[in-house]
Design a protein around this ligand. Structure first.
Ligand code: FAD
Length: 313
């Protein structure tokens, strides 16, 4: 029996949430990426545990994703199983100023839900196109605020697929990083503490931030947000711009003309050209300024043979 048929027997309710040879370009904000052998959108912890233990028992590689807005997937795709924690694992409940949400909840949804319920603290997140799970892992942030400020508790499945949780400081949040970046854990839901405020005031702040975002970022083109992390003491976009790299292009991958911190897909960019552009920008900035840029975007999937010269850069 092939893998998909076997998995359909294991997860009889999965229906169209389970597929084979799924083009990842359809599941990433970059609109780039080859096929995942198996793509699964779970609807419960039990489904995640069933799928993950099936993979562990057979040594099948497992990749956990959210909304695919901070990743570049290889042209060769992703071997093994992708578990994408999205809409079927979304949901929000509230008790006073505490909000519990599923890892698949979109940040934009959570932010506007909080605003409408008179809870402030997630205005910064309204324009970030990821899920709560992805945002916790990355300690996503914008406009001088980040997830670390509102997180109380995160529930996850550990390496043995046991339910566990971290509270407050145990998240080990740092700039675009958390404990989840360093361990292979599956975030399932989280509790945030927000601050009561007037809904109209919160909604106005969100509108202002979204206006600023639209004015400065190339939201009309596919991308994965900021290409590089902010190096200590510098702004990546200014370094890139000062090196004359705005508009620099390899194939259909381009350093945005509007915001040099973004690499955008201006047509049918492939992952290899896009990663080459990351590498080129990094090289030029390092040569001219001495600053080494670290990608914020994560390179996911089968990148084994992406550079024909063997330089994996
Ligand atoms: C136009 C645009 C603007 C952006 N602006 C910002 C911004 O202002 N600030 C910012 O910080 N980011 C920004 N981003 C990047 C991105 O949206 C965030 O990093 C977001 O938090 C990623 O969430 P995701 O669900 O898409 O994660 P994915 O891209 O799917 O995954 C990112 C990482 O998280 C892991 N992951 C995802 N979900 C889980 C889970 N449930 N359990 C365990 N691991 C998980 C994945 O393995 C992967 O390593 C932007 C992106 C775009 C396209």
């Amino acid at each position: 029996m092939d893998l998909l048929s076997d998995l359909k027997r294991l997860l009889p309710l999965a229906g169209s949430r389970l597929s084979a040879d799924e083009p990842m370009a359809a599941h990433t904000s970059f609109r780039i990426g080859g096929p995942a052998d198996i793509f699964f959108e779970p609807a419960s912890d039990d489904e995640i545990i069933l799928m993950a233990s099936y993979c562990q028992e057979r040594d099948i590689p497992l990749t956990i994703l959210g909304n695919g807005s901070n990743i570049l997937v290889a042209d060769a795709g992703i071997r093994g199983v992708v578990i994408a924690i999205g809409e079927p694992m979304a949901g929000i409940i509230q008790q006073d100023d505490l909000v519990m949400a599923g890892a698949g909840t979109r940040l934009a949804t959570l932010s506007s839900w909080a605003a409408n319920h008179g809870l402030s603290g997630l205005e910064f997140a309204s324009g970030i196109p990821g899920t709560l799970g992805g945002a916790i892992l990355m300690n996503a942030g914008a406009y001088d605020h980040c997830m670390a400020e509102v997180m109380v508790l995160t529930e996850f499945l550990d390496e043995k697929l046991q339910v566990s949780a971290v509270v407050r400081q145990e998240h080990q949040f740092a700039y675009r990083s958390s404990i989840f970046e360093r361990r292979c854990l599956i975030i399932t839901r989280a509790c945030l503490q927000l601050t009561p405020d007037e809904p109209q005031a919160i909604i106005a702040r969100i509108a202002d931030l979204n206006q600023r975002r639209r004015a400065s970022q190339p939201l009309e083109l596919p991308s994965a947000g900021s290409a590089f992390k902010r190096p200590a003491g510098y702004y990546a976009s200014k370094l890139i711009s000062d090196c004359g790299l705005k508009g620099c292009r390899i194939g259909d991958a381009q350093v945005s003309e509007k915001h040099a911190g973004f690499i955008v897909n201006v047509g049918k960019a492939c992952a290899t050209d896009t990663r080459r552009l990351f590498k080129y920008v990094r090289q030029v900035v390092a040569d001219r300024t001495g600053v080494t840029l670290e990608p914020e975007v994560r390179f996911i999937g089968d990148w084994q043979h992406w550079e024909p010269d063997g330089d994996q850069g």
